[in-house]
Design a protein around this ligand. Structure first.
Ligand code: PEP
Ligand code: MG
Length: 325
């Protein structure tokens, strides 16, 4: 088994009958990017860039970020790298941004919601990503989007940064894609309008589950409510994939659920374009994907969305008939 998994490292991630699902990595550093590509990652589906903003007294500067992002983009050798702009606040406060004491930090001043107040910092980070885009396939992804207005505003800031770089004669990819994290449930019902301004979507299933069920992702006392097998959650995921594809856009999953063996046939059958996960999970998921039959996965998805109990969903996902024979 170990040897079979090693053999899949350099193979393209497809089902046995040739349906493509990109298998990508979640990273927070250059070292993790190296490990991801060594493990067969087909791209970086989530670069948690806020790690460079934490555990320090002042924010990083442009030179530091541009250097790091460029190195990762070069290491990726033209495979896509999705740079998630800083997701600070909530569970990740930093001292130099005055987020303030909040009764409900997870429902408060977090991620994109802080960008208007800290516009210079956001613009500086965008410039660093644009700089990296001259050296590889860099993409931008905005965390915690709740409505289309936030996306429009981010695009305006991006256009302003591009204009400044034009004046300064700095190189970047003018066609760089800007995507949206789908982790606030309101976005599920705003996909058509958001898709007019977003090139792609990626489900942050850790936060989406938390906000969908109003159950803290880290609180064991409500772990039963935080239930990815719940029929409501399964239908939400199917609806999101359908809506994004109806709009002609791409949708991935970059939360922990993307690496779950139980959910791999389901998400494949629902048509998700990418699953992004920690680098150690990649060889096993690629190997499992290559044993699947896509038509059977589609049938599993159709059947599972009809189920009415979490236990029934779990049973269906844990004993599926989805393998190629
Ligand atoms: C998520 O919410 O699923 C996600 C990928 O982002 P993070 O875990 O960094 O909040
Ligand atoms: Mg998140």
């Amino acid at each position: 088994m170990q040897q079979q998994m090693l053999a899949t490292v350099n193979q393209t991630a497809t089902s046995a009958d040739g349906h493509r699902v990109e298998i990508a990595a979640n990273i927070a550093s250059l070292a993790e990017a190296n490990a991801a590509f060594d493990n067969g990652a087909e791209g970086i589906g989530l670069f948690r860039t806020e790690m460079s903003f934490m555990d320090r007294e002042t924010p990083p500067d442009y030179a530091e970020l541009a250097e790091l992002y460029t190195q990762v983009a070069i290491r990726a050798e033209n495979k896509p790298v999705i740079f998630r702009t800083f997701d600070i606040g909530g569970d990740k406060p930093v001292d130099y941004l005055s987020i303030g004491d909040e009764e409900n930090p997870f429902l408060g001043f977090r991620a994109v919601r802080t960008y208007r107040r800290y516009q210079d910092l956001f613009a500086m980070q965008l410039q660093a990503i644009l700089t990296a885009s001259a050296h590889g396939n860099a993409k931008i992804m905005i965390p915690m989007i709740s409505n289309v207005e936030e996306v429009i505003w981010c695009r305006e800031v991006l256009a302003g940064v591009m204009q400044e770089m034009n004046h300064a004669g700095l190189a970047y990819n003018a066609g760089i894609e800007l995507g949206v994290m789908l982790e606030v449930p309101s976005v599920i019902f705003a996909i058509p309008e958001i898709a007019e301004y977003a090139d792609f979507f990626s489900v942050g299933s850790n936060d989406l589950t938390q906000y969908f069920f109003a159950a803290d992702r880290g609180n064991r006392q409500v772990a039963e409510v935080y239930d990815n097998y719940a029929p409501s959650f399964i239908r939400a995921m199917q609806f999101a994939a359908q809506e994004v594809h109806r709009a002609g856009k791409w949708i991935g999953i970059c939360g922990e659920l993307g690496a779950s063996p139980d959910f791999l046939p389901l998400f494949t059958g629902m048509g998700f374009d990418e699953l992004s996960m920690s680098n150690t999970a990649i060889p096993g998921v690629k190997h499992a994907l290559r044993e699947l039959n896509f038509t059977k996965c589609q049938q599993l998805a159709q059947q599972t969305v009809q189920l009415k109990r979490s236990a029934a969903v779990k049973a269906a996902l844990q004993t599926p008939d989805v393998k190629a024979v």
